[in-house]
Design a protein around this ligand. Sequence first.
Ligand code: SF4
Length: 238
Amino acid sequence: MPSVIERALQAALTDRFHFGQILIRNTNGSFVLSHRDDEVRTAPQTFRNAEEAVEIAKYDDAGNYRPLKTAPNLRHGWRLELATLDELRRALDYFYPGRLAVFAAWKNEQLRITPLRETLDRQSGMYRIAAKISDEQIDNVVGNFCRSDSGCLRTILWKRDQHSTIASTKLPPAKFDPLQDQTTVLDGPGSATPATAIPLLCQEPCNLLVAECRKVVKGESQLSDAIPNAFGTATGEK
Ligand code: SF4
C-alpha cells in the first residue's frame, strides 16, 4: 500500500516535472531523472539505482561538498533511470532529504511551521547566543543566506516571529510562494519545454541559518551587512 508520501508524489506526477534542479520524465510508470539543464545534452554517466543519488548529490560541478542539499548547485552530467515509484521516492529523498515528506504534510494541511525566533530561542550551548540577533540583522542575513539564486531553492513558509513578521524584506514575494518555481532565477538553459514543479518547502529555519545567525551576533559574518534590495522595493516587490 502506498505511503502518504508516495500518494502525494503520485498525485503530483505529470509526464514531466521539476523537483528543485531535477527534471523528472515519466514514461508509462518508469522515470528518467537528469539535471534540468541537461535535458538536451547527452549525459556522460547513466545510473539505474536510486541509491546512486546519494553520490550525485554530494558534490557540485567543481567537486566541492554540498552541505545544503537544496543549494542551487546540483552537479550536471548524469542521468538516472528508475523503474518504479518507490525507487523514484527514494532517489528524490536522497537528492533533497525530507522534502517529499514536508510536501506531503503540506498538501494534507498537517505541516507545522516554526518561526525563526522560536528556533533561535530553543538553541543551547554554543548556539544560544544566536537568539541575540536583531531584527535588522535577521532581515539582512536571511535576505542573503536564503536567496534562491545563490543560497537555497526552498520556498520559505516560516515567519520571523510569532507576530507573523515576514522573514526578510530583502527577498521577493516569489520566495514565499509555493506556486512559484524558485529555479527560474538561475542561470543556465533549464528545461527545453515547460514542466510543472513540486516545491521544496522550508517549514523551519535550518541549522546552517542558525549557525549564520550566531556568526552575525559574534561579528564573524558579512551577511548581516545592509544589502540593497536586489529584487525591487523595500517590501521585496519586483
Ligand atoms: S532556512 Fe530554509 S530557505 Fe534558508 S537556507 Fe536554510 S533551508 Fe534554505
